[in-house]
Ligand binder design. Structure first.
Ligand SMILES: *Cc1c(COP(=O)(O)O)cnc(C)c1O
Length: 409
């Protein structure tokens, strides 16, 4: 192996994946059980590993790469911004941040936005804003937040505190107090948890990591009505289901409601690490200078990405495309569910779909990877389909054929 490296014109680049993986396992913290692949580059719907093998990708970097890999217009906009300036600080204004804010507020129907560097930080900000709103209104702290079972909102201490999977939380307690969990899609269970000091209800319109569960219309509208009655803030986490994935810019549009605070990330940056939380004016006004901040959040590079992503969504008519092609994905997944007895059901909205199996799916994913198909799971028994939004019927056919083969074996 070392003599091979000596011939490498790139000085140390070794095309042997095993070598890379061994080194990674030595150098990186063991927080992931990674699949045995080292990716090198991507193009459109495809990823390529360091040995040149091509993979059809139905994961999009976990619902991130909406525009597909190596989107030229997007790359160009980033390069232009890199040559201008990557970062100033939030003590000054920059044009990309202003453009991104205007565009984000327009697509979300919110009035003010705060850009972060990740989804988790967007959740942190949303929690802080809700608590500050309550504090300003009643002059006391110690407010309660209702979250949902099986929800996922991130891994920082605050975001973890509202994440509804106890195995993620257990080892890190005490987390932030005043968080209780209701049963998702059960309005009575939310009502039972309401307290005088309930400040906010947080949920994903379509639960992602928790296993691809869409909210029912009655539930989400019922929660909205409860919130309206008591001036409780509805925080909708659209980090995964937002940015066009379900066929509307934000999933809540399809439920005919609007949140008081929305969080976004993942496809918001299409590869550049950026998130956002935004609120209606009445709520956003609770924050005063000094209440919240970030060094990197909303820097000109990240916000140039956001502004370009939103521009390209419109230019490429991505929503139209999702609405045209997503029913075909549903049809194909329903076909698989009908054919293979090991599948319990298909669930999801638009290009955020899941197939629940009777058994763990951890053996299916590596088999798919062997055959050049990237799939991911969501919980033990659910295969998750969150392809780049540019996916075409031919890609869906190719994916279906491979998965059908694996399930037939
Ligand atoms: C991914 C995700 C998060 C966390 O976002 P990060 O960018 O990983 O911090 C929060 N909420 C939902 C719904 C997500 O899917």
């Amino acid at each position: 192996m070392h003599s091979f490296m000596a011939f490498d014109p790139y000085g140390g680049m070794d095309m042997n994946m095993k070598h890379y993986i061994e080194e990674a396992e030595q150098e990186l913290m063991h927080t992931y059980s990674r699949y045995q692949i080292v990716f090198d580059h991507g193009d459109g719907m495809y990823l390529y590993d360091v040995e040149g093998k091509k993979y059809l990708d139905f994961a999009a970097g976990i619902a991130v790469f909406a525009l597909g890999y190596n989107c030229k217009d997007y790359n160009e906009a980033l390069k232009v911004q890199i040559d201008k300036i990557l970062h100033t600080s939030n003590l000054f204004y920059t044009v990309p941040a202003i453009e991104a804010a205007r565009k984000f507020n327009r697509i979300s129907g919110m009035d003010r936005v705060f850009f972060t560097s990740s989804g988790t930080e967007a959740i942190e900000g949303a929690i802080k804003l809700a608590r500050k709103y309550y504090f300003k209104k009643y002059g006391i702290a110690n407010s309660q937040i209702i979250s949902m079972d099986h929800s996922f909102h991130g891994r920082s201490m605050g975001a973890l505190s509202v994440t509804g999977t106890s195995k993620y939380r257990e080892a890190f307690e005490p987390l932030i107090g005043g968080v209780v969990f209701a049963e998702f899609n059960n309005l009575d269970s939310v009502k039972e948890l309401l307290q005088q000091n309930t400040a906010a209800i947080i949920m994903e319109p379509v639960q992602g990591e928790g296993g691809l569960y869409p909210a029912t219309k009655e539930f989400i509208q019922g929660v909205r009505a409860l919130c309206d009655e008591r001036d409780i803030l509805l925080i909708l986490d659209e980090i995964q289901c937002g940015m066009g994935r379900t066929g509307t810019m934000f999933a809540y549009e399809q439920f005919g409601i609007k949140p008081d605070i929305v969080t976004s990330a993942k496809a918001l940056g299409c590869g550049v690490p950026v998130g956002a939380f935004a609120a209606v004016e009445r709520v956003a006004a609770a924050f005063e200078p000094g209440d919240h901040g970030t060094t990197y959040g909303g820097n000109p590079f990240a916000t140039a990405a956001v502004a370009k992503v939103i521009e390209l969504f419109e230019q490429e008519r991505l929503l139209e495309h999702v609405n045209q092609v997503a029913p075909y994905l549903e049809e194909k997944l329903d076909m698989l569910a009908g054919k293979h007895a090991c599948i319990v059901e298909r669930r999801g909205m638009g290009f955020m779909q899941g197939l629940e199996f009777k058994m763990p799916v951890k053996d299916i994913v590596p088999k798919a990877l062997d055959k050049g198909l990237v799939l991911i799971s969501a919980g033990a028994n659910v295969l998750r389909f969150v392809p780049p939004l540019i996916v075409e019927k031919e890609h869906i056919d190719a994916m279906t054929t491979v998965l059908d083969q694996i399930l037939s074996e």
